[in-house]
Design a protein. Structure first.
Length: 287
């Protein structure tokens, strides 16, 4: 069953020109189709301006298509009667954790969403505990969110969404403002939630290194999906990605360069372990 189904979504921003007062449409999505099954970990990759954030906002009915359709768990985002249920089903996490914080105590911050949804008080505390434990932040439940690191804040924001028990979480470049440790922690939490609780993840990023563990990758360019497949399939296409001004993970690039120089290796190596394994039989060959 599809939890997210976008069919040929077309969207432009209507921007008013200050001088002429004319409204000129700025095309942001030019026919995007993407289908995610429940429990999948989907990554959406693309450089700046490719339409990733516009697409993310479509999944939460913050924007609705000009043409085409988005279904979230079978609900059409164009129908107002579904808006609340859509937002309960697909929670959003944004780039800047500071803009998402409202409370001065971590556990209040995390309880805010379920409280707004009308969850009974006792159950709110159970949910808050569970959510904080699963992002590894239970020990900080009484802290002031403003004192935490960027990575910790982002994990609190994720716990806040998790406490609403969504089937799907959409994250728009959640690691962009974090240091390397914060990035790794956030990614770990997302993979854990995905594996252990079956939460569908739509993870948006422009960082290649972060998507090697996804089930499928969709690559966006100029408001379109230009490539999709498993990480191995996508990162086998080093030259095509380069034409799109996108990189591949460092170890994939190294393997590709070795291959070009005659070293026999499979396409789409994703981890240093895989590269080490593939190179093992070269170790005793004298040069
Ligand atoms: P990404 O998230 O991949 O950087 P966006 O979805 O933010 O891409 O932007 C896609 C296109 O839409 C870009 O050309 C951008 O300039 C334009 N755009 C984004 N937001 C707005 C807006 N609020 N008004 C007008 N144009 C916008
Ligand atoms: Mg963006």
């Amino acid at each position: 069953m599809s939890i997210v189904k976008a069919e040929n979504v077309i969207y432009s921003y209507k921007r008013k020109d200050d001088e002429t007062e004319e409204t000129k449409p700025v095309s942001a999505l030019a026919g995007v189709s993407l289908d995610a099954s429940e429990g999948e970990f989907i990554a959406v990759l693309g450089h700046n301006g490719s339409g990733k954030s516009t697409f993310a906002k479509q999944l939460n009915a913050l924007l609705v298509p000009d043409e085409g359709t988005v279904f979230i768990d079978g609900m059409d985002t164009k129908e107002d009667k579904y808006t609340l249920d859509i937002r309960k089903t697909a929670g959003m996490v944004f780039q800047n954790p500071d803009n998402q914080m409202v409370a001065s105590v971590v556990e209040e911050e995390v309880g805010f969403g379920p409280e707004n949804m009308g969850v009974p008080t006792e159950e709110i505390w159970e949910r808050v505990e569970r959510a904080l434990s699963s992002v590894g932040m239970y020990a900080y439940r009484e802290s002031n969110p403003s004192r935490l690191s960027g990575g910790q804040k982002q994990r609190i924001a994720i716990a806040g969404i998790l406490a609403m028990e969504p089937k799907c979480i959409v994250l728009d470049e959640p690691t962009a403002m974090l240091d390397p440790k914060g990035r790794i922690d956030v990614l770990e939490v997302l993979h854990k939630m995905n594996k252990e609780q079956g939460v569908t993840i739509i993870f948006i990023t422009h960082n290649m290194e972060e998507v090697t563990g996804a089930d499928r990758i969709f690559v966006m360019d100029k408001g379109k999906i230009v490539m999709n497949g498993t990480p191995r399939e996508v990162f086998s296409k080093v030259e095509e990605l380069r034409d799109l001004k996108l990189d591949v993970p460092k170890v994939t690039k190294l393997a590709h360069e070795l291959k070009k120089r005659g070293v026999i290796l499979p396409d789409g190596i994703l981890t240093s372990d895989e590269l080490a394994e593939a190179l093992k039989h070269y170790q005793n060959t004298p040069v």
